[in-house]
Write a protein of this length. Structure first.
Length: 343
């Protein structure tokens, strides 16, 4: 793992070099590890191309049986109309963090079952309760359905944190891939309610205008064609910051962030660009860039996936409380309101 400027302190913009393996030039040899290449090729062979929602959903959930670590309890409930699954790793102190986890899958696939092992691992590594959100999926429920569900669960989780022996001021938003986008968007909408944002290889700009998109467009499982189709199915104005967080005019005041990236991923450069912007806005931001792996490595039987979850858990465990819970909560923001332009 290459930890690229592991701590971007407030006001300290990261330098242009994010460590070995982060070149935007086309690789001259296979940059994937042999183990990752074998997995990548096998997964690619069994994954349909863009265009068939049913086939993609079936393929995305076909490998959902990987077991995660044991936890003290797993329960399903409904959070103000949104189904959620709650993981409690073990009895602990009453000031534990609480993680609201948003699964990936192009905003149109997967759910708590597909990400069960990831949520278990994160709960154990962080010593935190994890609330996995079964948000509404596109294209049946296009934007802003998913971010509205994410915000609903954030408000619900903060209100009920003490019932789960968690600190309401230590609520962390987390998500992988499209779930990372939803976590970033929700942090933009209600930053005062969030103690940290944990973003695993998130799509952050619908324009897909970065060098890594060209470099890794094909041959690394998550293709540029798939991502473009996911964006199209998701809907919304691609320039709206609640669709493309990288387009937000102002990132100041956001909670601390850990951004975890795969080096061989079309989304890598968007994550790096967001980290730079967060740091320049005075937000504490850490980046962990893992070489030799591709998009989705978190849930795969690769050493990098286990290492990333351990590191993420350690980061969550150290997250400090945000504003006190009695500091007031905002009204529900209008997801269609365009933020004012910067002067």
């Amino acid at each position: 793992m290459t930890d690229a400027r592991a701590d971007f302190g407030p006001g300290s913009g990261p330098g242009p070099d994010f460590g070995p393996g982060s070149s935007s030039h086309p690789p001259t040899a296979d940059p994937l590890s042999p183990q990752a290449r074998r997995l990548c090729d096998a997964m690619t062979a069994g994954f349909p191309g863009p265009g068939d929602t049913g086939a993609l959903r079936a393929a995305a959930t076909s490998g959902s049986g990987r077991a995660g670590p044991a936890v003290a309890s797993v329960s399903d409930t409904v959070a103000d109309g949104v189904p959620v699954r709650i993981y409690d790793p073990a009895p602990g102190p009453a000031d534990r963090p609480l993680v609201v986890f948003l699964h990936g899958g192009g905003w149109m696939m997967c759910g708590p079952d597909s990400h069960d092992a990831t949520c278990r691992s994160l709960a154990v590594a962080a010593g935190a309760v994890v609330v996995s959100v079964d948000y509404r999926l596109a294209p049946e429920h296009p934007w802003p359905a998913a971010p509205d569900d994410a915000l609903t669960v954030l408000l619900w989780a903060r209100d009920r944190a003490r019932a789960y022996r968690c600190d309401p001021g230590r609520v962390v938003l987390a998500g992988d891939s499209s779930g990372g986008n939803l976590a970033a968007v929700t942090a933009l909408r209600a930053p005062e309610l969030v103690a940290g944002q944990l973003l695993f290889y998130p799509p952050l700009d619908a324009s897909m205008d970065s060098a890594s998109v060209e470099t890794y467009a094909e041959g690394y499982f998550h293709t540029a064609a798939h991502m473009a189709w996911y964006w199209d199915q998701y809907g919304g104005d691609p320039e709206h910051p609640h669709v493309s967080p990288l387009r937000a005019p102002d990132l100041s005041g956001l909670p601390p962030a850990l951004i975890v990236l795969a080096d061989c991923d079309i989304l890598r450069d968007e994550g790096l660009a967001y980290a730079r912007r967060l740091a320049r806005a005075g937000v504490d931001c850490a980046v962990q860039l893992y070489p030799g792996v591709f998009h989705g490595f978190l849930g795969l039987p690769l050493p990098a996936g286990a290492a990333a979850l351990r590191a993420a858990g350690a980061w969550v465990a150290e997250v400090r409380a945000a504003d006190p819970p009695d500091a007031g909560r905002p009204g529900r923001p209008d997801p269609h309101r365009r933020p004012p332009a910067q002067g």
